[in-house]
Design a protein around this ligand. Sequence first.
Ligand SMILES: Nc1ncnc2c1ncn2[C@@H]1O[C@H](COP(=O)(O)OP(=O)(O)OP(=O)(O)O)[C@@H](O)[C@H]1O
Length: 228
Amino acid sequence: MIELKHIKKKYDTSYVIEDISLTLEPGKIYGFMGENGAGKSTLFRCLSGLEKYEGEIIIPSSTDIGFLSDTLYFYPLITGNEFIKFCLEAGKIKYTQQDIDHLNQIFKLPLNRFPTKYSLGMKKRLMLMIMMLRDSNLYILDEPFNGLDLTGVVVLKKWLKKIGAQQKTVVLSSHIISSLTDICDVIFYIHNGKIIKTYSGNISPDQIEKDLLEQVNVMQVHNRSAIF
Ligand SMILES: Nc1ncnc2c1ncn2[C@@H]1O[C@H](COP(=O)(O)OP(=O)(O)OP(=O)(O)O)[C@@H](O)[C@H]1O
């Protein structure tokens, strides 16, 4: 069980995360949606320990965190295969070349080439391979679907369902409503650094769309202009 208690984060003088409290259970997939700049990536960086914050995050000490950032960086002159090995060795993960080759039968990446020359979707595939090879119990995936092709999306969804069934905790964000409703047990709608809505159970994409449009209307009324 992971607990976030009254998490706040400010850059300079303004808060971009305001008093978020959540409990994340093993075996569940949690989705975060919200407009650009709502605070999703910032919250994920706080949860993964990359950012300082106010409040408290309680994560069992035995938890291995697999974090996929929405900003991908690759060292020049390191091949895809070398990059995978580098990341796994840095995380003290046991692996064999056979494990990498086996997984690459699905991802079909030119692992002897430099990832700096990969397309966006290929870079995303490479990072997902690393996520799949490390046996984490908490996966924090910031926009994992972004840039993936149709096959990549199907493979990712299947893997997420599998790790959810293995009692791991998954936290992810997406701007694609159906990607979230297809796989998430709970979806949080984050707006201006606050969770303004939580969906669980049988989550309907139509209801989410309706709520998003309502939110746009609220903003339009506030700005005294109408688009729809
Ligand atoms: N390093 C930083 N310094 C100052 N402000 C930042 C920094 N990182 C993020 N912000 C601000 O924090 C707010 C939340 O940004 P964040 O990246 O968390 O949003 P997001 O919900 O992930 O957006 P998107 O959907 O566009 O990826 C934004 O206003 C952003 O400008």
